[in-house]
Design a protein. Structure first.
Length: 732
């Protein structure tokens, strides 16, 4: 049978690799778990021959023409091609006058990223618009979408309207979920889809109806529902959370999460984020009106804002507040308001230019656990300083000043204002092999106090501070490991602060104890504690001689005291180890050992492993003693491991070794397939201040379902795992 070619053929170029087509890329990324590409790749069209324009090539078993301009009737294996479009049927009619193609014996449209199989079609190839009826199969690679429709109206190469449509991102014939809608629009330019009067079904079971639904066509951010989370806890009962994501602008978004607590009521949780050229921030707020169990409104806010204006002005605002001391117990896991005994709110603004520095800050505290006394808050603190870049001859010099109004929630405690002035001169001597810096500072402190009892209301003191800090830098090639060199860095620091009765001055700020090696040589500019001491330490490092990567860092040091009022003649030994091994293994350890009674006052050892496919494991031991009394003795561990394709197992816990009881534990599993993910997490946490007669462990069960293509990944279980498993980030 002859083949008819009434319109000249435009050749097809095959030089472009098929892997670069949109169809080939469909099986990558978030759709990697699908069994096959949604569409097989097709070769790209050739460039049109100059002067021929968009020509059409049609082949068929039989053809006939009539009228003027001619109307062609093709039958038998008809194939029409224009550019990258392919139209096929058993019978087609082509009107050469207006370019219309009609078919009523099964019509198939194929172009890169799109497939439509319909019973009937009326289509214009050049503008790529027309109507398809009785659509048994359509596929859109952008968004991995497929389904059926009563009618598809194409209004151009990227915009289509659907009537009586079903939609899914699952592979055809393996639909875990489907969306049936009265009508829908899909715009591949804006990468957005909209469905009207839609019913969501899991398998064949309808589970949800919405009069309107917006969904992404691809992975772009888009306003719409996120994955819901279902939970169960002893304290809150059954919980159901349905997050809604709002893509406000390219630099702003919000997530609004209504949560129903069976035993408490309905809570609204809101996360708002923004980013501008000079300001960025995040606001997290939660509100539960009239808690059925608590008897009053519950709320929490956690917000952070950062200001960066030019090169000189910086500012931050951080606020953490809750409605009551029990909020963390009741909602801590869900809303990530875990904290220490107090929550801090802080605001600061600073300016620096040409060595001149000025800043103002203020802070406040809120108690969230019973126990320690309220710390002092700065309301406000003003700082001024001058530290020029240029030396004065061979000398460095600077001056720092500070004024602070200290406030405490307890009106009976001593409080008031404090001012400090501290000029300093040093003589730095730096080379590649060593550095030596003798320095002298003079500091004046003054106070205006209340609640002093029998003490003075306006004490003051002036104290000189003498220091000498020296360090050597030695290195050699390591003969045991090729391409590695070792350093040896001994350091000695002398510090002398004469006694001017400064120990009788009030202590509004906390005096931090030396807990790790880096703190052994670091002192505050305004530290005038009476002392004469020498701190000695040594560090060795193993580094890659090409990349500078640090494989090992080991340090040990100690301070010796020589003043008469010293309680001890030497401090604890402070040791530190940082080890980066091949295949993702890491060791991070700090140790403090008391040579006087041969006891360990503090130890922290953390083992980490990072593997492929987001695998991670952690093991940590922490012990602390104070005056021979064990205050902390805990062992914690966590892991997340891929156990099979699409399956992740995770678990963890924290054990109090001193009291031999479990503080918290959790385990769960995640199953991800082509078009959905299911996550289940079960956790137990010991309630704060739980009495012996109350249940000491609160159990929570969380279930999360993600339907890929209808919304982003829900964040309740993901946020929980981010906080509990160091190094685990399922969003990567």
């Amino acid at each position: 049978m002859p083949r008819y070619q009434p319109i000249p053929l435009i050749g097809v170029a095959l030089a472009t690799a098929l892997a670069g087509s949109p169809d080939a890329r469909a099986s990558e990324g978030r759709w990697a778990l699908c069994s096959a590409p949604l569409l097989e790749p097709m070769p790209p069209a050739a460039e049109p021959v100059a002067g021929e324009g968009e020509r059409i090539d049609i082949t068929a078993d039989r053809a006939q023409a009539s009228g003027q301009p001619p109307i062609y009737e093709f039958t038998g294996s008809v194939r029409a091609r224009q550019g990258d479009q392919r139209l096929s049927s058993e019978r087609l009619r082509y009107d050469s006058g207006d370019g219309r193609v009609e078919g009523d014996s099964g019509v198939r449209l194929r172009q890169p990223g799109v497939l439509i199989n319909a019973e009937r079609a009326r289509y214009w190839l050049t503008p790529q618009r027309g109507t398809f009826e009785g659509v048994s199969d359509y596929r859109i690679v952008a968004g991995h979408m497929q389904g059926q429709a009563d009618r598809i109206i194409r209004e151009g190469p990227t915009l289509s309207r659907y009537q009586g449509v079903t939609l899914s991102t699952c592979m055809p014939g393996r639909e875990f979920w489907t969306l049936q809608a009265q009508r829908a629009e899909i715009d591949r330019d804006t990468r957005q889809g909209r469905a009207h009067h839609a019913v969501l079904s899991l398998g064949r079971l309808p589970v949800f109806y919405t009069p309107y639904l917006q969904f992404p066509v691809g992975s772009e951010r888009l306003t719409g529902l996120l994955a819901p989370t279902i939970g169960q806890s002893d304290d809150n009962g059954t919980t159901v959370s349905v997050p809604w994501y709002w893509n406000i602008a390219p630099n702003q978004d919000a997530t609004i999460t209504p949560t129903s607590y069976w035993k408490r009521g309905a809570m609204i949780d809101t996360e708002y984020r923004y980013l501008t050229d000079w300001l960025d921030g995040e606001i997290n707020a939660s509100y539960l009106p009239n808690d059925d169990r608590y008897g009053s409104d519950r709320w929490a806010i956690d917000q952070t804002h950062a200001l960066s204006f030019g090169r000189s002005i910086r500012g931050t605002f951080q606020q953490k507040r809750v409605s009551d001391i029990d909020f963390e117990n009741d909602f801590g896991n869900e809303f990530s308001y875990q904290s220490d005994s107090f929550m801090e709110s802080l605001a600061d603004l600073s300016w620096a230019q040409g060595g001149v520095f000025a800043a103002i800050d203020a802070q406040s505290w809120q108690r969230v656990k019973t126990g320690p006394r309220f710390p002092y808050a700065r309301r406000p603190r003003i700082q001024l300083g001058y530290d020029p870049i240029e030396r004065f001859g061979v000398f460095n010099y600077d001056i720092a000043a500070e004024w602070t109004d200290f406030y405490n929630e307890n009106p009976d405690r001593q409080q008031g204002t404090e001012y400090k002035v501290a000029p300093k001169v040093s003589l730095p001597l730096n080379t590649l092999g060593y550095r030596l810096e003798p320095a002298v500072a003079w500091q004046h402190n003054g106070y205006d106090l209340t609640n002093t009892g029998d003490g003075p209301e306006n004490p003051s003191v002036s104290v000189p501070v003498y220091t000498v800090d020296g360090q050597l830098f030695l290195e050699r090639p390591e003969t045991t490991f090729a391409g590695v060199y070792q350093t040896l860095e001994p350091r000695v620091q002398y510090r002398n602060v004469p006694d001017r009765n400064q120990d009788e001055l009030p202590e509004f700020g906390s005096t931090s104890e030396t807990n790790n090696f880096s703190q052994l040589f670091r002192k505050s500019d305004f530290d005038i504690t009476h002392t004469e001491q020498v701190s000695v330490g040594v560090t060795t490092r193993y580094l890659d001689d090409r990349t500078g990567r640090e494989y090992l860092r080991a340090s040990i040091g100690q301070t010796f005291f020589y003043h008469d009022t010293a309680e001890r003649d030497r401090s604890d030994y402070i040791a530190q180890l940082r080890l980066n091994l091949p295949n993702g293994f890491e060791v991070d350890a700090d140790h403090r050992w008391n040579p006087e009674d041969s006891s360990t006052n503090k130890t922290r050892t953390v083992l980490r492993w990072r593997g492929a496919r987001n695998a991670t494991a952690n093991l940590a031991l922490r012990r602390e003693k104070d005056a021979g009394v064990t205050e902390l003795n805990q062992l914690s561990g966590s892991f997340a491991l891929p156990v099979a394709r699409g399956w992740h197992l995770f678990a963890g816990g924290r054990e109090d070794l001193e009291r031999r009881r479990t503080l918290e534990s959790f385990f769960g599993i995640e199953q991800s397939a082509c078009c959905h993910s299911v996550r289940l997490a079960v956790s137990e946490e010991r309630l704060l201040d739980a009495s012996a007669g109350d249940p000491s462990l609160d159990q929570k069960i969380m279930l999360e379902l993600e339907l890929k293509g209808l919304g982003g990944i829900g964040d309740r279980i993901q946020s929980f795992l981010d906080a509990e498993i160091d190094g685990y980030n399922p969003r990567r």
